[in-house]
Design a binder for this molecule. Structure first.
Ligand code: FAD
Ligand code: SF4
Length: 494
């Protein structure tokens, strides 16, 4: 080995960008680049194989691109990250190890205890200290308030001091149900190369062609979104259809979260297209809100709320994870069967199935939040601790008692029926709340409200809903059906 390292730059598998994090300003003549594929990461939990394949193959491709650039790259497999770093250190005379601030509390503590030096994590647009400053000033942490500040601070979609298009938010235009017999543009397919085949063989996995594992492929995915999907993104953002699994969602979250793309690059591409005048404001604003609003807000809240936040269970939900989450044949609910099958196929569904199907079901069945969170972390291609914890604990299952969201995202079958084509062929009827063919969502929605009516009594945003509950004449019958449904779900029969 010719190089005497002055620094070892440790690159976690979610910092894969040449121009950000520890690699910004890296020098092949003085810096050794370290990657560790830890057994804890690969075999520590029953991860979806597509997810493992994506993360490992992306890291190996990225490591190769650095070797091609002339860097000395140490890519080691070890029991834990720290074991791997120790091995690399030994080979390089214990040169100091630098890393961009890690993305989770656990990794932060582990690396800090091992003596790593951190530089700022610039994989986000909002420094952690700036978010804390905003959050400290808030009475309630409304995403919309944060988002408006971001628009002004980053000067995106602004005409001077006014929001472009005359409003901050075009959400009301973005709630269309799916059109009938919907045919969208063809999906982009990514070809597999030697590194992919090597990783797939090690994992015993046949990968999809849905996710790229290279920077070039991630850029192609961005271009595909901007050219073929961006204009229609907004109005169909919340729709779900068995005829088109992605509709016009960008499919960019995996690359954003492992670093192959930086949010600035996506925003730049989106704004360039919008400025040509071809993109309706409701699509442009809807997409920008996800990126500079939701994504930044969720990351900010993760750090602001602290490491204990993930253990919240303020609705005292104790049910064990039901079999339908791991086996789509363990349910007759068409919406859940389809969604879990989609997840098994490609480790992804968009935000409405995550929120209004999976989380909603966990919420109204009283499923233990941490068991549900663990499952969500294991099966999604884009799942990382910082993004899953607030989305599940705060937004999805209201386990934080409303610290993040003012009311729970609970819904019955009527919402699902309106926003999807799942209900027509289903064994259940979304309009019915009692009887054998009642939709489990509809029955359990009212049962959930009844079980928690005292908890929500003082929440003025829930008063109309609770008023509706009081007027239900068939509540006793509904409670009986709810018990049957819960037992049936546990047995995999409903
Ligand atoms: C319960 C629940 C769990 C979720 N878990 C994850 C997760 O583990 N990883 C993840 O990246 N996203 C998560 N999301 C957010 C969202 O569902 C995904 O980002 C999105 O479906 C990814 O697909 P896309 O890239 O096509 O997104 P698009 O719809 O095209 O949106 C563009 C981008 O906006 C960002 N974004 C949008 N909403 C959110 C949000 N709520 N939180 C953070 N970023 C957001 C993502 O980076 C996304 O790529 C979750 C949402 C919910 C409700
Ligand atoms: S009827 Fe109920 S269970 Fe069936 S698809 Fe519709 S919402 Fe899902």
């Amino acid at each position: 080995m010719g190089l005497t390292a002055q620094r070892i730059l440790y690159i976690p598998f979610d910092h894969l960008h040449r121009n950000y994090g520890a690699l910004k300003g890296a020098n092949p003549k003085t810096d050794v680049i370290a990657f560790v594929e830890s057994a804890r990461m690969t075999t520590g939990r029953p991860w979806h194989k597509e997810r493992l394949f994506f993360l490992i193959s992306s890291a190996r491709h990225f490591a190769q691109s650095l070797r091609d650039e002339g860097f000395t790259v140490e890519y080691v497999k070890a029991a834990t990250t720290i074991d791997g770093l120790k091995e690399i250190s030994k080979r390089h005379k214990n040169a100091p190890i630098t890393c961009a601030e890690p993305s989770s509390f656990t990794q932060y503590q582990q690396l800090k205890s091992h003596g790593l030096t951190f530089i700022d994590n610039d994989f986000f647009l909002t420094p952690r200290a700036l978010f804390t400053q905003w959050a400290d000033e808030q009475k309630s942490f409304l995403m919309e308030n944060f988002y408006r500040k971001q628009r002004i601070r980053l000067n995106i979609l602004m005409d001077g001091t006014k929001p472009t298009g005359g409003a901050w938010n075009f959400d009301k235009d973005n709630r269309l149900p799916p059109p009938k017999k919907y045919v969208g543009p063809a999906y982009l397919e990514h070809q597999r190369d030697e590194i992919d085949i090597e990783v797939a063989t090690e994992l015993g996995h046949t990968p999809t062609t849905t996710w790229s594992t290279t920077r070039e492929g991630a850029l192609k995915q961005l271009k595909n979104f901007i050219t073929n999907h961006f204009d229609e993104f907004g109005p169909l953002e919340d729709a779900m259809t068995t005829e088109n699994w992605a509709l016009h969602h960008s499919l960019l979250s995996p690359y954003l979260n492992n670093g192959l793309l930086h949010p600035t690059e996506i925003i730049h591409a989106a704004m360039k297209e919008f400025n040509k005048g071809t993109i309706p404001i409701e699509s442009a604003e809807g997409f920008i809100r996800q990126l500079i609003g939701w994504r930044e807000y969720v990351n900010g809240m993760y750090w602001f709320l602290g490491p204990d936040y993930r253990d919240n269970n303020q609705l005292h939900a104790t049910r064990k994870l039901m079999p339908l989450f791991s086996d789509p044949n363990a349910t007759q609910m068409n919406c859940i069967k389809s969604t879990v099958t989609d997840i098994q196929d490609r480790a992804w569904v968009h935000h409405i199935p995550r929120l209004m199907l999976l989380s909603n079901l966990a919420l109204i069945t009283g499923t233990n939040p941490q068991e549900f969170l663990d499952w969500m972390r294991e099966v999604f291609i884009d799942a990382t601790e910082w993004v899953m914890v607030p989305n599940v604990i705060g937004m999805g299952v209201h386990a934080d008692g409303g610290a993040m969201m003012t009311k729970p995202y609970a819904a019955g079958g009527a919402y699902i029926s309106r926003m999807s084509n799942y209900c027509k062929p289903c064994a259940y009827d979304p309009k019915l709340r009692t009887g054998e063919t009642a939709c489990p969502f509809t029955t359990l929605y009212w049962d959930f409200l009844d079980r928690h009516k005292e908890t929500f009594a003082k929440n003025h945003r829930m008063s109309q809903t609770l008023f509706g509950l009081k007027r239900l004449s068939d509540l006793p019958e509904l409670k009986v059906r709810a018990k049957e449904v819960l037992t049936g779900l546990e047995q995999g029969k409903i």
